[in-house]
Design a protein around this ligand. Structure first.
Ligand SMILES: *Cc1c(COP(=O)(O)O)cnc(C)c1O
Length: 387
């Protein structure tokens, strides 16, 4: 008997990383010491004061019941207060903040909440693959805009036709960016607000890397006057507090968008485990020196890895933010070929840029989510390769 997947699922683009995953597994099975710089998942543990708060919250029977809805008021207030102190953005916790099971929960349900069949979403690429997958699953159409190095990896939205801008229901943005590590400028965000108002689309800004920066702190999209009229921002404890496994994030901004997304989610999940929300409150309201230490750790890794790559002749931008290094592959090679050789000959895993969008061809992404000595080993193996 066969039980076929839905046509909807069949419409998803092929999973480009399947071949790499298989090769990686095979190498590990053969006993190879594989260094994985592929997945963007922090290797550092959740700070202990957050874990302790989570443990205490686990003991409370009231937390063992369905959490339901937009999240505990205390969590939403913690997120709003954090926005106020970090970005000077005012948010009403009751109507402008909604807890999420990680920001991916919100990002991927957003198209289902807003799209009718055939509706357009503008997606800058290369990008987190979940945006496009969610648009396809919701029956929408993705209109891609390239992120090019010569434009600072900001999409040239004015290059889009009036027809596309008018048709678009919303625009995904992600700064600091995965995979490019780029930080948006105020001028860019201002232009986005202006275009959204002119053409009637809204903005979904995915900002999980806002706290991983090595220069001026990146701004929130919601800092732009009028941004709240046309957009929401997705945020998460995942990267800031090494909490990817806990699944806690939030969406904030435009009350109507927040409400509609919440209305959709009511039909899918029953909220975020309250013990996890309490851990989130501890993260957002507790001491923040762990965030500075996290930054320092990634900066040390970056400053070990990037100059070493450059010395080998690679063209790499020093990432101003995130834990990703977006590197141009050696002249004349494809992303796929470089990833293959790195895996076969150095047992180093990285992500082919073209797997994140056609404009990622010619690049690979290294995630600096292993300790410095391990990165140093990766560097030594890379140095032995001759392109
Ligand atoms: C890691 C990441 C997220 C965060 O996902 P969570 O669901 O909050 O863990 C969202 N967007 C991008 C681009 C990411 O890289």
């Amino acid at each position: 008997m066969t039980f076929a997947a839905s046509d909807r699922l069949g419409k998803l683009p092929p999973y480009l990383f399947a071949a790499i995953d298989a090769k990686k597994k095979a190498a590990i099975e053969k006993g190879a010491d594989v260094i994985s710089l592929g997945v963007g998942d922090p290797d550092l543990p959740t700070p202990s004061h957050i874990v302790e708060a989570g443990k205490k919250a686990l003991e409370k029977a009231v937390n063992h019941q369905y959490p339901f809805g937009a999240g505990m008021m205390a969590f939403r207030r913690a997120a709003a207060d954090w926005y106020k102190s970090r970005f000077r953005v005012d948010l009403d916790p009751a109507s402008e903040v909604h807890a999420l099971i990680g920001s991916k929960d919100g990002l991927t349900h957003l198209p289902l909440a807003f799209l009718n069949p055939g509706d357009t979403v503008i997606i800058p690429e290369p990008a987190y693959p979940a945006y496009n997958a969610a648009v396809i699953l919701a029956g929408g159409v993705s209109h891609f805009v390239p992120l090019l190095e010569e434009n600072g990896f900001l999409p040239d939205l004015e290059s889009l036709s009036t027809r596309v801008l008018k048709k678009a229901k919303f625009l995904f943005l992600n700064y600091p960016g995965n995979p490019t590590s780029a930080v948006a400028t105020r001028a860019f965000f201002e232009k986005v607000v202006e275009l959204a108002k002119e053409f009637g689309f809204f903005v979904a800004h995915d900002a999980p890397y806002s706290e991983i920066f090595f220069q001026e702190p990146p701004m929130s999209f919601l800092e732009i006057p009028g941004a709240k009229d046309v957009g929401v921002e997705f945020h998460s404890c995942s990267k800031t507090y090494n909490m990817t496994g806990w699944r806690i994030g939030w969406v904030c901004g435009n009350a109507e968008i927040v409400r509609v997304l919440g209305q959709l989610k009511e039909n899918f999940d029953s909220g975020v485990f309250q013990a996890v929300q309490e851990a989130g409150i501890a993260a957002l309201t507790g001491p923040q020196d762990c965030v500075g230490e996290m930054r320092k750790t990634y900066q040390e890794r970056r400053d070990l890895f990037v100059p070493a790559l450059r010395k080998m002749g690679w063209s790499v931008i020093t990432p101003p933010a995130t834990f990703y290094v977006w590197a141009r592959v050696p002249e004349g090679l494809t992303s796929a070929r470089v990833v293959e050789r790195l895996l076969d000959e150095a047992h180093v895993v990285c992500t082919p840029g073209n797997g994140l969008g056609p404009s990622g061809e010619g690049y690979v992404r290294f995630a600096l989510t292993v300790p410095a000595p391990r990165l140093q080993q990766a560097v030594e193996r890379l140095e032995k390769l001759r392109w």
